[in-house]
Design a protein around this ligand. Structure first.
Ligand code: AMP
Length: 540
């Protein structure tokens, strides 16, 4: 007979994260860019105090465990307090992506049944447009003091965050409940159909955040200062707002200042050692650093994910700026990162190019997550680094069902990701494409990611995107979109010739369209759907 373990059964709750930080790292700093410009600076102890005040304020508004509270907000200290006050009270923190179409925003707020929505002043025009369509929201709270809270025409129940919490006690007894309780809700970007809600449990977030602190993931300790550029409104900012207080790392929140100059200056002035963001953000940052002949004096590591990190950008970070790149993979459905790349000790003597190629892969699973790739019949493919199929994932922080959905999306207990990947014998996973983006031509597959990577390696290319376009003979053929770097002349013949040296001949796109910019969505991903709508039939 199995023996019962004789350990205490203490639940993994988010309230304990902020209380841990307040008690153990009470003096560690949170630095936050206010929406109206200046930097705000305080400690984990003060953050905990204000989170308790907000918890009292929300209770005062009549909210109770299980109720949903929405946020439409930048990465800042009031958003951080909201993270803890809401989930810690047993309520559900629904982070809304402000770049969703207003109709989708209305849909998610009503679907989540948000009772209160906290928003940044930046998004006041958005609130003005949607408030009348969100009848369940009893208060719209602006994450600002009274002086910076706008009056919103037609919206009566707007109040300032500071006014709301000012009269409240800073004592609050965080309730204890099952760690499987829903803590936070985030909707998928919903490129087709309505967005789908992913309800994260306290347990999933705490386990991911603890794992994230590990040396091979974020590697956080009190000696670090971490700046999450990844938004707190999407996928829990990769759980950094939870991992940093667990580790006692300084947390630097950039607010709305996401351009290269603002990020660089904040990194330098606050001694940031680790940062995390999508490749487009790093492209902007490096463009600023290059143009101004700057270097990083404290940054040691950058975490990147959300879409594939081009090899050329990895090379620049590592070889020119001595910043380590960790390339991970995750999705809304996986709470935060599920895999993370990195170099093993054996890679020490590798030539630089081999290192870059390895780091362009999305890496090994974090403990707690398992992956496999399957063929179209669902049979598991070998881990040989070549067999590519749909990536399936399961684990402690992977969703089992969408919020309010009738059917579970799982297949034999695994979540089908819609990504196409290979896994090598040493466990390293590489995303080859999205199932909907891969280009099927003459019975073969072309990886749009690989083609984009190849194009971005050209010195005149700032950004590249590739879509499959219907073709009368080949089923689909690649069409490439290029944004040139400022001041660079590049014509079609030159980039096509360059690509011939980088990829197989039949991969070379049939045509190239030069654009001023690519359509980029709220989470930093190129919106290929928009490109398809406009250019999807050019070869027919
Ligand atoms: P989202 O749910 O909006 O966060 O998007 C998740 C999707 O982003 C994944 O299913 C992948 O298609 C893509 N993705 C995330 N990280 C990476 C990465 N490192 N490389 C390539 N694609 C990625």
């Amino acid at each position: 007979m199995l023996q019962p373990g004789l350990m205490m059964d203490r639940p993994l709750l988010l309230s304990s994260v902020i209380e841990h930080a307040a008690a153990q790292f009470g003096e560690a700093e949170i630095v936050s860019r206010e929406t109206h410009g200046p930097l705000f600076r305080y400690t984990y102890a003060q953050c905990g105090t204000r989170a308790r005040k907000l918890a009292n304020a929300l209770a005062g508004l009549g909210l109770k465990g299980g109720d949903a509270v929405g946020t439409i907000a930048w990465n800042n200290h009031r958003h951080m307090e909201t993270y803890y006050a809401v989930s810690g009270s047993g309520m559900v923190l629904h982070t809304c992506n402000p770049r969703l179409h207003p109709q989708q925003l209305i849909y998610v707020i009503n679907h989540a049944e948000d009772q209160v929505v906290l928003f940044d002043a930046t998004f006041a025009p958005l609130v003005k447009g949607i408030a009348a369509h969100c009848p369940m929201v009893r208060a719209w709270v602006c994450l600002a003091d009274a002086a910076h809270t706008p009056t919103i025409e037609g919206v009566a129940n707007v109040q300032s965050y500071e006014d709301l919490i000012a009269p409240c006690s800073d004592e609050f007894a965080w309730p204890e409940f099952d760690e499987r309780t829903g803590a936070a809700l985030c909707y998928t970007s919903g490129t087709t159909g309505n967005p789908k809600g992913v309800m994260y449990s306290h347990r999933a977030i705490v386990l991911n955040a603890i794992s994230g602190c590990n040396p091979s993931i974020l590697s956080l300790s009190p000696a670090d200062a971490i700046l999450p550029v990844v938004p707190m409104f999407h996928v829990n900012a990769w759980c950094i707002p939870y991992a940093a207080p667990i580790a006692g790392a300084k947390l630097v929140l950039p607010g709305p200042g996401l351009d290269g100059k603002s990020l660089y200056e904040l990194m330098e002035s606050e001694g940031v050692t680790v940062s995390a963001g999508v490749p487009t953000i790093w492209q902007l940052l490096l463009a600023h650093v290059e143009q101004n002949g700057l270097k990083f004096t404290t940054m040691r590591r950058t975490l990147v994910g959300g879409s594939a990190m081009p090899r050329s950008l990895i090379a620049k970070f590592m070889d020119t700026y001595q910043v380590e790149v960790r390339h991970g993979w995750g999705m809304t459905e996986t709470t935060a990162a599920a895999t993370m790349g990195g170099l093993m000790p054996a890679a020490k003597g590798w030539p630089a190019e081999e290192k870059h190629a390895h780091l362009a892969k999305q890496g090994r699973t974090m403990f707690g997550v398992e992956i496999k790739v399957v063929d179209e019949q669902g049979a598991t493919l070998p881990r040989d680094g070549e067999s590519q199929g749909e990536l399936m994932v399961r684990g402690q922080w992977v969703l089992s069902s969408y919020f309010k959905a009738d059917r579970s999306p799982l297949v034999d207990g695994w979540f089908p990701t819609g990504d196409i990947a290979t896994i090598s014998p040493d466990g390293v996973m590489q995303i080859r494409d999205r199932t909907k983006d891969v280009i099927k031509t003459g019975g073969e597959w072309i990886s749009s990611i690989d083609l984009e990577n190849a194009a971005v390696a050209h010195p005149a290319v700032a950004m590249a995107a590739v879509i499959g376009v219907k073709h009368p003979k080949w089923d689909e053929r690649p069409l490439m979109f290029i944004v040139r770097k400022p001041g660079h002349a590049l014509e079609k013949d030159e980039i096509l010739k360059f690509l011939e040296t980088q990829v197989a001949k039949w991969w070379v796109p049939d045509d190239v369209v030069f654009l001023e910019s690519l359509p980029v969505g709220g989470t930093g991903k190129v919106q290929k759907g928009d490109l398809r709508k406009q250019y999807g039939s050019v070869f027919s």
